[in-house]
Design a protein around this ligand. Structure first.
Ligand code: ZN
Length: 117
């Protein structure tokens, strides 16, 4: 089963969530509500989005082994073991990016099972 990675960006004008995939990076993505258009012509931005997708996928695919691993954290005199699973559930798949125009973008990523066509 293939899974589709979805990026989510809040529209800068109306805050409506805009969903797009890696394939959309080569075209313009428009807000469904206010029709503001977003282009991803910036090569650095594109590269970072691809890396971000790869990282999120890796975490997703490694869940099985990550579930058995833990990080030891020292709190005062005691050592506390925090399971990776817990850390991952807290870890928001959020990426802060800056476009070449200096605009700041906050992009969320999630993986959804591909819908059958
Ligand atoms: Zn909008």
């Amino acid at each position: 089963m293939t899974q589709k990675g979805l990026f989510e960006l809040d529209c800068r004008s109306c805050k409506n969530p805009i969903l797009f995939t890696l394939e959309d990076l080569s075209r313009t993505v428009a807000c469904k509500k206010c029709h503001k258009a977003y282009g991803f012509g910036d090569e650095k931005l594109k590269r970072q989005l691809k890396q971000f997708e790869g990282l999120c996928r890796q975490i997703q695919e490694s869940k099985e082994i990550l579930g058995n691993a833990a990080v030891a954290v020292t709190v005062g005199k005691e050592e506390v073991k925090i399971p990776f699973k817990l850390l991952l559930s807290r870890l928001q798949s959020t990426l802060d990016l800056q476009t070449s125009e200096g605009e700041k973008l906050v992009i969320n990523f999630r993986i959804e099972p591909a819908t059958q066509q």
